[in-house]
Design a protein around this ligand. Structure first.
Ligand code: ADP
Length: 608
């Protein structure tokens, strides 16, 4: 049963009161009784002695006289007076009728009578069946003529003592009841006093438990409750500083995990995902509710699972490259380390090697492409030179032809090397762009003029049109020349005789769009996405024949992008091709240019 403070205080005082009342009553009752009985006894002794002396002086004889004497003395002594002979028979009693005396019991065995008969003064206390009361008897012998004549006994009821004891009991009861009343009042008044402080401590402790560690009890009392309050304050203080240290630590760790480029996966010792950092989530497109699941459920990769299992099994770091299929196929290097310390579990760090591996493969392809492109003209030059040697004397006409072959292939080599050098310069950022506002009408007219003769020879019509209020474009003149010339050159090169090539400059919101369109053979759609890759050619044989290197469009793309623009193509087999690129009409904010390498995205795959 749950008792309130008030009830406890009350029960405590009730116990104290009852115990002390009972103890006091028991002690006082004994003392009072003893003292009263003692008083009665000594009083009776005196009376007994007086009665005995009177009886000894009496000379009369006969039962009626003794009875009369007993009555007289009884009246005077205010007590029951009894005369007993030496043989124990009663021959006078103030409280018994004369006629009843003979039927009275022999009194010789009464203890006080025995003592008196032996010559002493007998005292006895007992319940009298005759008068039905607790009595005190005192007996004294009396003599006549020097001889023991009998015993005079005086008896007094102890009802006075009993009444006094009853009074005492009543008083004790009243006192106890009064004390209980006071206890009720006091406990009701004292409980709230103690209760208020305990209550405020309880409230503060509850708030602390609920997480409000800024709460303080601010107890000042010197008693136990005050001490408890101060202990609670210290506890909250300690907890709050530990908590803020932990929070700072947690924020630091989470900052590191969030900032990391590498993916981090923490698996607890039960084999459940405990933590996934944003990089890994992004890398593997993980769901947000990965926590608590098994790595296999989340990542679905048997190899990764076996790597984690092996790490746990052998309790040592393991590393493996894994390939993840799906929406975004990735190649990842995973290093799994068993976590030492209390918690256990496994930590796996994922490094995304997708780009590295792709760049490696692009680099390999690029080297293979360059070697291949170089080998063809070099082989042609060597075999022509060998044949030339023997043809010089025998057939000077043929010798000239071989010289032409050598010259043409040397020119092709030169073109290739030039293009490669251009690409390498753009890649290595040595190609410093000097931007200026360029009047495109003049610029394009000038570029087209260079192709007039070649175009006329092939019966190709060159045309240029532009918006009337065309703003100047911000570009590097050399780079722009490279771009425009390359696109017109391609058009003239790949279009059959009698075609039309039109250049058009159009105004945009903050840019100018330049289009080079022809009505030549067009390009099949499947080639379009890769057209700007290095060494990508639709028809390698024809391109070579026409002196192409397969690098032209890739250089165009690099240069346009370096100038802050973009490039594209629209074409259909059989119905002409349209290349277009944009230039800014204000000084462009240039994107970060990629680090020097020969294997940009547009490096292309191997072409034969
Ligand atoms: P190339 O040195 O071979 O011309 P480019 O990178 O300039 O290399 O062009 C890539 C390929 O795109 C060419 O081989 C050619 O097949 C195709 N191509 C480029 N321009 C045109 C065009 N105007 N019409 C048809 N095909 C073209």
């Amino acid at each position: 049963m749950k008792l309130g403070l008030r009830a406890k205080l009350f029960l405590l005082s009730l116990g104290l009161i009852v115990t002390s009342a009972v103890a006091a009553y028991t002690y006082l009752r004994g003392a009072l009784e003893r003292s009263l009985v003692e008083d009665v006894r000594s009083d009776l002794r005196v009376r007994a002695r007086l009665v005995a002396r009177e009886a000894g002086d009496v000379t009369l004889d006969g039962p009626a006289r003794w009875q009369q004497l007993a009555l007289d003395l009884g009246k005077r002594a205010e007590a029951r007076v009894t005369f007993i002979r030496a043989d124990g028979t009663v021959f006078g009693d103030s409280e018994v009728a004369l006629s009843d005396l003979p039927s009275m019991e022999n009194h010789r065995d009464r203890p006080e009578v025995l003592t008196a008969l032996a010559g002493g003064e007998g005292v006895s206390e007992r319940y009298s069946a005759t008068i039905r009361q607790r009595m005190l008897y005192v007996a004294a012998p009396f003599h006549r003529d020097g001889k023991l004549a009998g015993v005079a006994r005086v008896a007094l009821s102890l009802s006075r003592v009993d009444a006094a004891v009853a009074d005492l009991r009543r008083l004790a009861l009243i006192a106890a009841l009064l004390a209980i009343g006071v206890a009720v009042v006091l406990s009701s008044a004292a409980a709230p006093l103690a209760w208020r402080e305990a209550r405020s401590l309880t409230d503060a402790a509850r708030r602390m438990a609920a997480g409000d560690l800024a709460t303080r009890t601010r107890s000042e009392g010197q008693d136990e409750l005050g001490e408890l309050g101060r202990a609670l304050d210290q506890l909250a203080e300690g907890l709050s500083s530990t908590l803020s240290e932990l929070r700072a630590e947690r924020d630091r760790v989470s900052g590191i995990l969030t900032g990391m480029q590498e993916g981090v996966l923490l698996v607890d010792r039960n084999g459940r995902v405990a933590l996934v950092n944003p990089a890994l989530r992004e890398m593997l497109l993980l769901p947000p509710d990965a926590q608590g699941k098994t790595p296999l459920e989340v990542i679905r990769h048997a190899e990764l699972k076996s790597l984690l299992d092996e790490t746990t099994e052998h309790d040592e770091a393991r590393q493996r490259e894994i390939e993840v299929a799906g929406l975004r196929p990735r190649r990842l290097l995973v290093r799994a380390v068993p976590l030492a310390g209390g918690q256990g579990g496994t930590l796996a760090v994922f490094v995304d090697l997708t780009d590295t591996r792709r760049l490696e493969s692009l680099r390999r392809d690029f080297v293979a492409n360059v070697s291949h492109e170089l080998r063809t003209p070099v082989t042609a030059i060597r075999s022509a030179a060998e044949t030339l040697d023997s043809a010089l004397d025998r057939d000077p006409g043929a010798a000239r032809q071989f010289l032409e072959i050598i010259d043409r292939n040397a020119a092709r080599l030169h073109g290739l090397v030039e293009d490669l050098l251009d690409l390498s310069r753009i890649d290595s950022q040595k190609y410093q762009l000097a931007f200026e506002a360029i009047d495109l009408n003049d610029f394009i007219d000038h570029a087209l003029a260079m192709f007039r003769e070649r175009a006329t020879k092939k019966g190709i019509t060159l045309g240029y049109a532009s918006d009337s209020d065309l703003p100047p474009a911000f570009a590097d003149p050399k780079a722009l020349d490279h771009v425009v010339v390359n696109l017109i050159d391609n058009a003239v090169k790949y279009c059959p005789n009698g075609s039309t090539v039109r250049v058009h400059a159009k105004k945009g919101a903050d840019s100018v769009r330049i289009t080079v369109a022809d009505d030549g053979p067009g390009i099949e759609e499947r080639h379009l996405p890769r057209l700007f890759e290095r060494f990508y050619r639709v028809d390698a044989g024809r391109s070579r024949e026409l002196g192409g290197t397969g690098l032209g469009l890739s250089i165009v793309k690099n240069l346009v992008e370096a100038m802050g623009g973009s490039v594209g193509v629209e074409s259909k087999a059989g119905s002409g091709t349209e290349f277009f690129f944009s230039l800014k009409t204000q000084m462009p904010e240039l994107p970060e240019r990629s680090a020097p390498n020969a294997t940009n995205e547009d490096s292309g795959s191997r072409q034969s």
